[in-house]
Design a protein. Structure first.
Length: 126
């Protein structure tokens, strides 16, 4: 198994820039999995700036959900994979259920949690 580096931090703290820097200094074949959904003008602008900051040689995959279906193939074809960002990926899953998390039942929360575990299990695989 290859090396995994997890870059954490708050919203707009520079996680993406730092991860990109780490990949640039390795100077190898990079795939960039972008999980942000351009839901308004501000996010559209942020996504545009992210795209412009990446080297043109990198392959970008815009995958908003179900990353588990394609990450193995992407990993086979690239020495380095950036998944940006896990928080947005989980957020996408949460909004897909379209429930009020403050008032939904425990059974519904269990169902949602089970779905998360299945769809995000690729993060734990060896």
């Amino acid at each position: 198994m290859g090396k995994i580096t997890l870059v954490t931090g708050g919203a707009r703290s520079g996680k993406s820039s730092y991860a990109e820097y780490l990949c640039k200094i390795q100077n190898n074949n990079v795939a960039y999995i972008a999980t942000a959904i351009p839901f308004d003008e501000g996010m559209t602008d942020r996504i545009k700036k992210h795209k412009e900051s990446r080297p043109k040689e990198w392959t970008t995959y815009e995958i908003y959900e179900d990353v588990y279906k394609s990450i193995k193939d992407i990993s086979k074809n690239n020495q380095t994979v950036i998944l940006d960002c896990i928080g947005l990926l989980v957020n996408n899953l949460m909004f897909k259920f379209n429930v009020n998390y403050e008032t939904c039942t425990i059974d519904k929360i269990d169902e949602i949690e089970s779905t998360y575990k299945i769809k995000l299990s690729f993060l734990l695989e060896k």
